[in-house]
Design a protein around this ligand. Structure first.
Ligand code: NAG
Ligand code: NAG
Ligand code: NAG
Ligand code: NAG
Ligand code: NAG
Ligand code: NAG
Ligand code: NAG
Ligand code: NAG
Ligand code: NAG
Length: 547
């Protein structure tokens, strides 16, 4: 998702989105504990650790079960196309980590836990997986090594289960439907047939929403974690730019890109963030973060909203014609404000950002991203040790897509306008630096930071969708009579039972506070469990363990 409207989301501002959810089956749906194995549709990291520690199942069992679950729904059955590749080394890695657990114990809460990565996050080629951002121009390419966040995951003992589909190049290609890539095809939402999963971390979100992996990673430049969290009933954290390393991640812009978790619960998101956050010598933005990296699980306080001052920047979504927010979302949002008041929060409403009107009109973000992308994607192609497609730069990419239309420009998915616009830029000049300064001023100085200080707030809160592309903690589901809209040549949105969320956001490096509020709201409401997806796999640990 890239819109200039959401400019203020970037710029190094911390934002926590937990989405709520949705579904085809009404609440409360029963989780299917079979012979005391946890139901992988909803299982938490802590529950998996308990089963692994007790020897009830192994990480090898988990990898086999998740592979079977992916097979059931990815190309077959509902054909969700959430996963691009499975890791051919995952079973061997799991076996080694199982042995290590027995001999010397777990390294961390992610020891032996299978995680899916968005396909723009680099993994060492010798392991057997490609790193392509969904583009055939990068198929078979050899990256110099693991991404910074992948190094941290491996050091913590996590198992890379595979790569998730995404909006190609994190939606920086053209006017295309969310969730589509040349390699992965059209990913769709598990809560309604052919519904929009949002993007660009579409496959990560769909996979997390129905348990195709324990947890997943996505990336965001502008809305690409929060919006999929919103549409798929998840907790998502868009970390402050510079909290998590972007080294080894196929880039859009170093000023806005960030890597974060998409999970079924705020607790799982906090556990994953604690592992992937921290300095990386290969991404100097991470060297400016506060030290030490907090244990974000310490923020999981169900009373945190009691005494908190939460502002509502209502001007951002007041005009439904502009924001596109459905009336049913607003009903749920107003109810959420009442819930927070009942929990002891002070709701300051309205608490507008002084720059709100200017943000709506600003095109500064596009100027910055167009210039940054060309410079950084050219550097990415140059950094590859080998690339069989022969593409070596952005102009080569545009020509490649045109030369292979059956792969990269099928009917309904032909547009390359953003690539072309970016290719036309000529590098860093005064226009660029001025736009960068305006972004910081509009988003932070006269935006979020100003609202927080003028109203003495701890955080701001917004409904999902529309104007800002902000997501949230699960807030609710579209009603059965919602008017079904079109979201692309093959996808629909909104649609009955599709989830939407609530977002908490504040100044840079406020993750501890934001996680605490999201957790507090989640524990009070447990909206995710109110609906179950229409599409989910049936294979469970009981089908695999000992078989
Ligand atoms: C990576 O791409 C190559 C084609 O270049 C393919 O042979 C290989 O199977 C892919 N890896 C996986 C895990 O799909
Ligand atoms: C990172 O390093 C580059 C090149 O060495 C430099 O231009 C840039 O200012 C540095 N950025 C930060 C945030 O330190
Ligand atoms: C949880 O939050 C409440 C409300 O702010 C606070 O009073 C309490 O001390 C917190 N608990 C912990 C363990 O930090
Ligand atoms: C909302 O925005 C639309 C489109 O810009 C405009 O026509 C309409 O007058 C606005 N409504 C209000 C109540 O401001
Ligand atoms: C950038 O933002 C400033 C401040 O709102 C505004 O005056 C200017 O027109 C914007 N530039 C573009 C290209 O949108
Ligand atoms: C881009 O790469 C192609 C090879 O694919 C090369 O011929 C061309 O000179 C490169 N363009 C630039 C501007 O480096
Ligand atoms: C800066 O470069 C852009 C194209 O990338 C161009 O549109 C703009 O006019 C340039 N600004 C100046 C001051 O030359
Ligand atoms: C859907 O149903 C609700 C309650 O029955 C009603 O208030 C609302 O107007 C209906 N919406 C549409 C789009 O028909
Ligand atoms: C894991 C998986 O199912 N990957 C598939 C993703 O989609 C492409 C295109 O249909 C298939 O070739 C992959 O096998």
């Amino acid at each position: 998702m890239l819109t200039s409207k959401a400019i203020w989301l970037s710029l190094g501002l911390a934002l926590l989105a937990v989405v709520q959810l949705v579904a085809a089956q009404e609440w409360p749906f029963a989780t299917e504990e079979t012979e005391s194995f946890p139901d992988l549709y909803e299982v938490s990291v802590l529950e998996l650790q308990a089963g692994l520690d007790a020897g009830q199942f192994t990480s090898v069992d988990l990898v086999k079960t998740y592979f079977a679950r992916i097979e059931e729904v990815n190309l077959q059955g509902p054909g969700l196309r959430a996963v691009i590749e499975m890791n051919p080394s995952a079973l061997a890695e799991a076996a080694a980590l199982d042995l290590e657990r027995l001999t010397s114990g777990p390294r961390s809460l992610l020891h032996g836990i299978p995680i899916l990565l968005k396909d723009n996050i680099g993994t060492i080629a010798s392991e057997g997986m490609n790193t392509t951002a969904g583009s055939y121009s990068l198929l078979g390419s050899i990256v110099p090594g693991d991404a910074g966040v992948v190094k941290k995951l491996r050091a913590a003992g996590a198992i890379i289960l595979g790569k998730a589909n995404l909006s190609e190049f994190a939606h920086f290609r053209g006017n295309l439907a969310s969730g589509w890539s040349g390699r992965g095809g059209q990913c769709t939402n598990a809560y309604y047939p052919m519904a929009d999963p949002c993007g660009s971390s579409s496959g990560s979100a769909v996979a997390a929403s129905i348990g195709l992996a324990a947890v997943t990673l996505g990336t965001e430049t502008d809305g690409s974690i929060t919006c999929p969290a919103d549409h798929n009933n998840l907790a998502g954290i868009k970390p402050t730019v510079g909290l998590t390393s972007r080294a080894g991640v196929i880039p859009i812009s170093e000023h806005q890109d960030t890597v974060g978790p998409l999970t079924r619960s705020v607790s799982d998101a906090a556990i994953v963030l604690s592992v992937i956050a921290g300095p990386d010598p290969n991404d100097n933005f991470t060297l400016a973060q506060p030290s030490p990296v907090p244990d974000f699980a310490q923020a999981l306080n169900s009373s945190a909203l009691c005494g908190a001052r939460i502002g509502v920047p209502r001007q951002m979504f007041l005009n439904a014609t502009i924001s596109g927010i459905d009336p049913s979302v607003m009903v749920a949002f107003e109810a959420a404000l009442e819930t927070m008041k009942a929990m002891g929060a002070t709701i300051v409403d309205p608490a507008d950002m002084p720059s709100a009107d200017e943000i709506a009109l600003s095109n500064n973000e596009t100027i910055v991203l167009d210039v940054d992308f060309k410079v950084q994607i050219n550097a990415w192609y140059q950094s590859l040790l080998y690339n069989p497609s022969g593409v070596a730069n952005l102009s080569g990419l545009i020509a490649f897509d045109d030369a292979y239309p059956s792969l990269e420009e099928p009917t309904g998915y032909t547009d390359q306008s953003i690539l072309i616009e970016s290719e036309a830029t000529t590098g860093f000049n005064s226009t660029y630096y001025q736009a960068l300064a305006f972004d910081k001023d509009l988003g932070a100085t006269r935006g979020i930071d100003a609202a927080l200080s003028m109203y003495g707030l701890d955080a701001l809160v917004l409904p999902a969708g529309g104007y800002t592309t902000v997501p949230a903690v699960p807030l609710g589901f579209y009603p059965s009579n919602v008017t079904i809209g079109s979201a692309g040549p093959n996808t629909v949105y909104p649609a009955p039972g599709v989830p939407f969320g609530l977002s908490f956001f504040a100044s840079a490096f406020s993750e501890m506070k934001l996680i605490s509020y999201a957790y507090s709201y989640e524990q009070k409401t447990m909206t995710r469990l109110m609906r179950k997806a229409y599409a989910y796999p049936s294979t469970q640990l009981v089908d695999i363990v000992g078989k």
